[in-house]
Design a protein around this ligand. Sequence first.
Ligand SMILES: CC(=O)[C@@H](O)[C@H](O)COP(=O)(O)O
Ligand SMILES: NCC(=O)COP(=O)(O)O
Length: 248
Amino acid sequence: MTEANRILLGVNIDHVATLRQARGTRYPDPVKAALDAEEAGADGITVHLREDRRHIQDRDVRVLADVLQTRMNFEMGVTDFMLGFAEQIRPAHVCLVPETRQELTTEGGLDVAGQEARIAAAVERLTLAGCEVSLFIDAEERQIEAAMRVGAPAIELHTGRYADAHTAEEAAQELSRIRDGVICGLNHGLIVNAGHGLHYHNAEAVAAIPGINELNIGHAIVAHALFVGFKQAVAEMKALIVAAAYRG
Ligand SMILES: CC(=O)[C@@H](O)[C@H](O)COP(=O)(O)O
Ligand SMILES: NCC(=O)COP(=O)(O)O
């Protein structure tokens, strides 16, 4: 397998914590899910510490930082608290995401182009802390170029509109937009990841895009795990995307 058709899987464990928070119990522990995911082939673990703490808690992140065998991709809003928290934890990867309290899930990409100085300052602080910073953005040239200007080494293209497409034509259009975004990002020297809403029925087409580095997938894996178990759900997704990337 060459570099061109290698792909990584980041498993987002947010929604294991959603089940725990539903009753305020100590189970299921997202830390166990993370270690199981790593055993099943995850290349990294993604967690989103939201301002409203609806799922992942500060404790989860602190424990994961001590026990993960692969690497943590810490998703966070661009706030002073989160920047300070990330400087304490020093995760290998930090992904800056937009966040509004009332949203059901992340609705769009981070507007980097509209706030370059603010994002550049956050990227600098996190880079100095030893974190590789990615920006969660829509697959738009202006956002990709802004990401390069603010000094981020990586971007994560928002695949939500592709995943939520209602027709095959709409899905094809969104996939084409993502493919163009990958090309644009690579042409600007960026590492290009993708994620949000990817599932067992739609992830292969994204994985097959030449040059894409990593897919971050969570909700669908946790949902599938309810029926097949977490390790199998992760292993199935990893096998799916690796085979798709290899076929190209
Ligand atoms: C940024 C992104 O697409 C997800 O990783 C994010 O975690 C979504 O937030 P929820 O997990 O709260 O849906
Ligand atoms: N950044 C995307 C992610 O981590 C997982 O998103 P989802 O698969 O839970 O929608």
